[in-house]
Ligand binder design. Structure first.
Ligand SMILES: [Zn+2]
Length: 390
């Protein structure tokens, strides 16, 4: 019996994995269409930027991911596409003019005079040579992915450089300068789409939530390490949207030290019922892998099996899918997990070499209870609001 089968037997003591296929009515599922082409958005240029030798964010992880995908024969030349340049107008859908002006100045690598006001130049968000160009590529990649999925040319498009979910309208934050998920979702809204954004990064997807906090056309769901202990300090269950968007911002904190079972419990109790109630046209996912144990800046204990299970659910949901990268500061983990995600997106077998050693540790009862409490709160207070408008 393979590792995965054995581990699934362990997980099913706690998680109803088989119910994962029930969530989309059959007719909403994507039909197999040979004309369609799934896209992997990437250019070698991405790997040439550097946040600084001692910064945890390493753009080189993107090159390593692409190399893993190639090494295991998971990609054809025709799947590969380079990001395009976003226009100023597209950036202005989320960001302010003065912030963009300053970020453009910072591209030289020299700290602009008013940098501090925009969160630039401090430890997390250094000004480095090409910082604006780097950020443009991440946004252009996500826009391209959104265009191909929205037009129906692709069922899935994966921009591994995207998912920079912390950037605010006029402030760099948490290694993120431009908020590519928010801008890509704005594009989708302009095409008349209803968008569900699901963020499984270890950190709260605060910038994306902020963009649509009063908007019922976008459902944002973020599962993350308890913000009492981790940046950015927001993302508590009661922060569930305002005005028309009340009930459409869902936050599920999990305790530090949470394992696959605890994180998956939160996922399976929240993601399927909310997606089913909301009925999105497009699914946008932020696939941060700083949840994996051994990540140097977070305190979660997931394995690739937990990550794989969630990616398989996204695939099974059968909703046109814009997949974005995100956090992940152990570069080997990142390369393996995202190569695995790409294999699943394309119905290919996942090479066992990409998987962790399984960790069959019984979950903490206290962790499960905490998640249960959050789930109950959200199902009582937010789900009825989504159902009513869905
Ligand atoms: Zn993160």
């Amino acid at each position: 019996m393979g590792y995965m089968d054995k581990y699934i037997r362990f997980l099913t003591k706690y998680i109803k994995l088989n119910s994962y296929s029930c969530c989309q009515p059959k007719e909403r599922r994507i039909k197999q269409d040979l004309e369609k082409l799934n896209l992997f958005v990437y250019t070698d240029r991405l790997g040439s930027f550097s946040y600084g030798y001692d910064h945890p964010m390493r753009p080189a992880r993107l090159r390593l991911t692409y190399e893993q995908v190639k090494r295991y024969g998971l990609i054809e030349e025709e799947n590969l596409i380079e990001p395009r340049e976003p226009t100023e107008k597209e950036l202005l859908w989320f960001h302010t003019e003065d912030y963009l002006e300053t970020l453009k100045k910072a591209d030289s690598g020299i700290l602009p005079e008013d940098a501090a006001r925009y969160g630039l130049g401090m430890g997390d968000n250094p000004v480095f040579k090409g910082v604006f160009q780097w950020s443009l590529l991440t946004v252009g990649g996500s826009l391209l992915a959104a265009e191909f999925v929205s037009s129906g040319k692709s069922d899935v498009a994966f921009n591994i450089s995207g998912g920079l979910h912390h950037a605010m309208p006029s402030r760099a934050s948490g290694f993120c300068y431009l908020n590519d998920p928010a801008i890509a979702i704005h594009y989708l809204l302009r095409q008349g789409k209803r968008v569900a954004y699901v963020d499984i990064d270890a950190h709260h997807g605060d910038g994306v939530e902020h963009a649509f906090y009063r908007d019922d056309r976008v459902l944002t769901i973020s599962i993350h390490e308890d913000p009492t202990y981790l940046f950015p300090g927001t993302g508590f269950p009661h922060q569930m949207g305002e005005e028309a968007g009340r009930g459409f911002a869902i936050n599920v904190p999990v305790p530090p030290g949470a394992t696959d079972v605890v994180f998956l419990k939160a996922f399976e109790e929240i993601v399927p019922p909310f997606i089913e109630a909301f009925e999105p046209d497009i699914l946008v996912t932020q696939l941060g892998v700083d949840t994996l144990r051994g990540d140097p800046i977070t305190h979660l204990e997931l394995t690739t099996y937990g990550f794989e299970t969630m990616v398989r659910w996204f695939k099974m949901a059968g909703i046109p899918w814009v997949a974005l990268g995100g956090g992940g500061y152990n570069v080997e983990h990142v390369a393996n997990a995202w190569a695995m995600a790409w294999a699943i997106m394309n119905d290919m077998d996942v090479p066992d070499e990409l998987r962790d050693e399984p960790l069959e540790r019984e979950p903490s009862e206290k962790h499960l209870e905490e998640v249960e409490k959050t789930v109950t709160f959200l199902k009582e207070n937010a789900l009825p609001l989504v159902k009513k408008k869905g």
